[in-house]
Design a protein around this ligand. Structure first.
Ligand code: ADP
Length: 274
């Protein structure tokens, strides 16, 4: 059961009555709590690598400890990795706030998702470091354009395919499928053959900083914000996000986005009276 929060307002009506208003603040309280938790989590996520970098600088600054070239090299590598972690986190935080700021502006560019999926996949493949065997693209011909924001959709594909590559099992493929469904939606699915996700985690995956296995996420360079960003992008595109997973089998993420509206006909059918 959700915890209820009440605000009490007391007033005297001047005729000897005390008027007490009990106002349900549960909704406001929860929104506020999510915001406060988010700031606390983000600060914590930034503070950990920062503390590590500062610690190594101090050590390097100590003439007794930091002299050896081999040790210095190793320390610099750790500092570089930690700084990169902070950079990814700041980039993701900025993406989230930008997407949220644009929440009420419908994206209106016609975007060819097939071309975009191909582009992002090539980028990811060239990035290297993936454990999975290969990326398979199964893109139907003639998928209509969707009304979208190209940069955001590119980030969506990047985050979903990136997760599949991160959490997929070594030696198995990651598959990206694109189809036009009969309901006027374009469906993108990303499937991996990884360890999968236990059902109790599924509803929480799009929460900011929610991780099933924090150690593994961090080791793979995850920020814990990838799916939160995906969710916001899907919402801005008036789409739907569905994550299905089976432990030991793998995960399939499906995104449905409405196709671009037909171009407005230039023919005028009405009559004009003056
Ligand atoms: P992260 O940066 O940690 O990957 P995300 O927001 O992208 O953050 O995902 C949240 C969590 O969901 C991950 O930490 C991971 O535990 C889980 N997850 C996401 N995608 C997959 C996947 N394809 N297979 C298994 N677990 C996944």
């Amino acid at each position: 059961a959700r915890e209820q929060r009440w605000q009490m307002r007391v007033a005297n009506d001047g005729a000897g009555h005390r008027i007490v208003h009990l106002i349900d603040q549960t909704g406001n309280y929860q929104t506020e709590k999510i915001r406060v938790d988010f700031v606390a989590n983000a600060s914590h996520e930034l503070r950990t690598p920062l503390a590590s970098i500062l610690g190594f600088i101090e050590t390097l600054d100590d003439p007794n400890a930091g002299g050896d070239a081999e040790v210095r090299g190793r320390f610099l590598k750790v500092m570089f990795d930690e700084a990169r972690r902070m950079q990814r986190l700041v980039d993701d935080l900025m993406s989230l706030s930008r997407i949220e700021a644009e929440k009420y502006r419908l994206p209106d560019r016609a975007v060819d998702l097939a071309a975009l999926v191909e582009e992002v996949s090539i980028e990811l493949a060239q990035g290297g470091g993936a454990r999975v065997e290969d990326i398979v693209l199964d893109l139907a011909n003639g998928v209509p354009p969707i009304a979208g924001d190209r940069a955001q959709l590119s980030q969506l594909v990047h985050n979903l395919a990136g997760n599949a590559l991160k959490y997929g099992r070594a030696g198995t493929p990651v598959t990206l499928t694109l189809r036009a469904d009969s309901g006027g939606m374009v469906a993108l699915t990303v499937t991996d053959q990884g360890d999968g996700i236990a059902p109790q985690h599924l509803p929480r995956l799009t929460e900011r900083f929610y991780r099933v296995d924090p150690g593994r996420s961090r080791a793979a360079g995850g920020t814990g914000l990838g799916l939160a960003i995906v969710k916001h992008i899907v919402e801005r595109h008036r789409g739907r996000l569905d994550i299905a997973s089976k432990l030991g089998v793998g995960t399939t993420v499906t995104v449905l986005i409405p196709r671009a509206a037909e171009p407005v006909s230039s023919k005028f059918h009405g009559t004009v009276t003056e």
